[in-house]
Ligand binder design. Sequence first.
Ligand SMILES: Nc1ncnc2c1ncn2[C@@H]1O[C@H](COP(=O)(O)OP(=O)(O)OP(=O)(O)O)[C@@H](O)[C@H]1O
Length: 583
Amino acid sequence: MSRRPESPTLRLLSRSVRSRRGRLSAAIMLALLSAASGVVAPLLIARILSGIGGRHTDLTAPIVQLVVCVLAGAFAGGWSSYLLSSAGERAIEDVRTAVVRHAVRLRVPVIRRIGVGEIVSRMGPDAAQLRAITDTGVTVLPVSAVMVAAYITVMGLLDWVMLAVTVGTFAVASIAIRAFLVGMRKAAQSQQAALGRLAQSAQSVFTMISTVKAYRAEDRAVEPLREATGAAATSAIRAARAQAAISPLMGLGQQIAIIGVLAVGGIRLSSGAIDIAGFVAFLMYLFQLVNPLMTLAQGAGRIQVGRAAATRVDEVLGAEAEPSDAGPAPALPPQAPALRLREVDVTLADKLVLDNVSLEVPRTGVLAVVGPSGAGKSTLLNVVERFTEPSSGHVELLGAPLDAWPIGEARRRMALVEQDRTMLNTSIRRNLTLGRQDDPTDERLLDALRAVGLEETVRALPDGLDAVLGEGVQMSGGEEQRLAIARALLTDAEILLLDEPSAHLDGVNEMRLVDLLARLGRERAVVVVTHRPSTIAAARSVAVMEAGRVVAVDDHETLLATCPAYRAVAHDQGEAVMAAALS
Ligand SMILES: Nc1ncnc2c1ncn2[C@@H]1O[C@H](COP(=O)(O)OP(=O)(O)OP(=O)(O)O)[C@@H](O)[C@H]1O
């Protein structure tokens, strides 16, 4: 009974290979056919040799057989290699698809811990290395082993004494080669790790390339990349050194075997234990034996490289994903608040980031969350969206415990507008409809864009709603932010969560947002994290946060009179500006 591999990557690979067993069986059969032609050809040559010089010998038949054998071998070899490659590439495709699908379902902190560049490198070069397992492990090694066995059998039938000399020599060479293979595997492991670090560092440099250039920090920014490229090269050179030793060692084994066979063969010839045709055939097998032996030696090394890559891919495929998002909402009591947090603590990297937070968000109306930088405002939204799990306390969504909700259904009830990086490199239409299962009409999309003052801008684009962001169409920070708000408007979420939605907005658009929030607050619950007085002005109530705690919740006037922390925030933002906004 075959053992199920521990590694999720190897399990997936094995499933994928099994689903293509027809194609792979054909590849193996053809490879065996090609190998068989290699075994038979020297026998035919020996027959031709023994016939040369004989007066009445007709050599046509063995020559035709030899030509057919060689041609069939070449054809079968080529076809087998094609079938093997195509099945291998499809298996890699399966792994890549699984990695992408699984990676987007990982918990946010897990994605951050592994690193985006590292995840990309597991999908790219690491997945490609798995071909070593599909090709080598599934067909090349077994076929080579069969070939070696066949050669050895025929050579043994020709002359077992010369075979003993051959096997003895190659056995010594294999012991030396094994030592180099171990070195090769270690070198491959460190090369893959270095390439992962390179992808990770490059990703971080190129996502902030303007800042790097603005500070003329091109050289300094690429220093970590240099370290990774250096480490990758050093490991690759170590692997190449080990690889370089394999061929000469095998060649040396072959040369010594030839010398031994010539010496022993001379004695065997003179004693009549073998004839000249058999001796030549034995030598031809000896020459051919090196190829499958070399394939076995290198294949064993490649398998180790593939296994090292599988371990890296396992880190993504084996990481815990978010729970399945299928399923209906739990039973909801009527009249419950939109959100309720009770005594919630969040600890991140040993730091208490939310400290005993209790807060209620009513079903309608705007709640502004204010507080100094680092007070925990974004973390509060992360808890509600379940990007971050509280270490203690209780969170309710629409009256049901948040962890009783299927995660997807809970998120469907909320629409989040983050500060930055809110747009995918795809069309405006796809970006706007990210939160919908259907395809709203253009009119509906343009309505949402009108609400955020972007209708004319999008209409003016040559491809309109189908313009692809990042490909020729570059939206400004404020425009992207407004697109993100339009996306939230297009959902039927009962709760809107906005993190600094006015951070990049000009005065006109900020006032437009204030109006919009006020209108939205009539029908939905709106939580807006903000520093802006005008946005605070749209709020029915304000929650003040300080050092991870919610220190007060009340309306602006009351807070100004009673809450020193709020006065400090208001003072920071310029009380005069706030007063003007509120008037
Ligand atoms: N993943 C994390 N690991 C460790 N600490 C974190 C993590 N995320 C946030 N923090 C810390 O938690 C604290 C609160 O961060 P948060 O982003 O919630 O603050 P904020 O009030 O939204 O700040 P700002 O107004 O500057 O956006 C900060 O001190 C931050 O360093």
